[in-house]
Design a protein around this ligand. Structure first.
Ligand SMILES: NC(=O)C1=CN([C@@H]2O[C@H](COP(=O)(O)OP(=O)(O)OC[C@H]3O[C@@H](n4cnc5c(N)ncnc54)[C@H](OP(=O)(O)O)[C@@H]3O)[C@@H](O)[C@H]2O)C=CC1
Ligand SMILES: O=C(O)[C@@H]1CCC=N1
Length: 283
């Protein structure tokens, strides 16, 4: 893919910051010399520099100032302090147009705007284009799912550029901003639900007498095969489930227990709880 010829910087180089960096280099959209990360952990910075050959620093304000695209990849709880520090620097870093991409769960665009445009805004500051994104960790293996939503100052070219960046890590879909809490509950946190299912299936296999390694191999191959089947066939998950379930057979016995234990309702309630938590984080 053609290089974008921009400097991209990440504030925070944890799980997701690293997923972005790895995918961008692999796709060829950014060369390591155009990628910057800032983090408070020296160990993390050393690892990122050593592994990816990118620029590292422990100064968020400088990173913000130097880059054309800034990805906020810190925890939601750190957003206030970090953005206040950046916007509190008079005439530093915020006067040039730059695209800000936030991947923090629950933090609404209006909050990022309020933090970045104040307290020194006398009306002369750029109203920066901000895009809120909810990615997920399969981005680490270029199989991610991202939802995105842009503020009023984002141009069509900036939307296209952001989609190019996110497509380097997997799929991307645009949403209304108010839908992003639900996206977070479903696909942002979603990989954890699948890992939980994998843990449970492996434990179940051990409980019914299998060797732990065999149980893990069977679980992974079954999950992988089921996903491939859903992708390959023009059939709903419900139809595919019915085809596994012989009347009076083993699957029916298992699904009866799941229904009695309200497993489906529990999953629905769990995703509602994640969505609620995302909304709470906006406060
Ligand atoms: N993990 C996931 O599955 C997903 C996460 N997200 C969002 O992505 C964001 C990052 O999550 P994730 O990568 O998992 O988190 P991590 O904790 O792995 O990464 C955050 C990084 O930021 C560093 N950091 C802490 N304080 C500062 C600071 N003041 N300046 C610069 N860097 C700092 C942390 O260092 P230290 O560890 O030393 O504190 C850490 O290296 C979150 O907002 C989350 O909501 C979105 C989708 C999926
Ligand atoms: O658990 C979290 O808050 C983050 C957001 C989505 C996945 N991990």
């Amino acid at each position: 893919m053609a290089e974008l010829n921009k400097k991209i910087g990440f504030i925070g180089s944890g799980n997701m910051g690293e997923a972005f960096v790895g995918a961008l280099i692999q796709s060829g959209i950014f060369s390591p010399s155009t990628i910057y990360v800032s983090d408070i952990s020296e160990e993390r910075l050393n690892m990122m520099r050593g592994t990816y050959g990118i620029h590292t620093m422990n100064n968020n304000v400088r990173l913000f100032s130097e880059c054309d695209i800034v990805v906020l990849a810190i925890k939601p709880q750190q957003m206030n302090q970090i953005l206040s520090q950046i916007s509190g620097q008079e005439g530093y870093g915020i006067s040039d147009r730059k695209l800000v991409i936030s991947i923090a769960a629950g933090i609404p665009i209006r909050k990022i705007e309020a933090l970045l445009y104040s307290p020194l805004d006398d009306g002369s500051r750029q109203k920066l284009p901000i895009i809120r994104v909810m990615p997920n960790t399969p981005a680490l293996v270029l199989s991610g799912m991202s939802g995105m939503s842009a503020n009023a100052y984002v141009t069509a070219d900036e939307v296209t550029m952001t989609k190019t960046i996110l497509e380097a890590m997997g799929k991307v879909v645009e949403f209304k901003e108010e839908e992003l809490d639900a996206v977070t509950g479903l696909s942002g946190s979603g990989p954890a639900y699948v890992f939980y299912l994998a843990e449970s299936m492996t434990q179940a296999g051990i409980n019914v007498g299998l060797d732990p390694n065999d149980a893990a191999v069977l679980t992974l191959a079954t999950l992988e095969g089921a996903v491939q089947l859903m992708k390959a066939r023009d059939e709903s998950p419900e139809e595919l489930r019915r085809k596994v379930t012989s009347p009076g057979g083993t699957t029916e016995a298992a699904l009866k227990v799941m229904e009695e234990n309200k497993v489906r309702q529990n999953i629905i309630d769990a995703i509602a709880a994640a969505t609620r938590r995302s909304k709470e984080l906006s406060q």
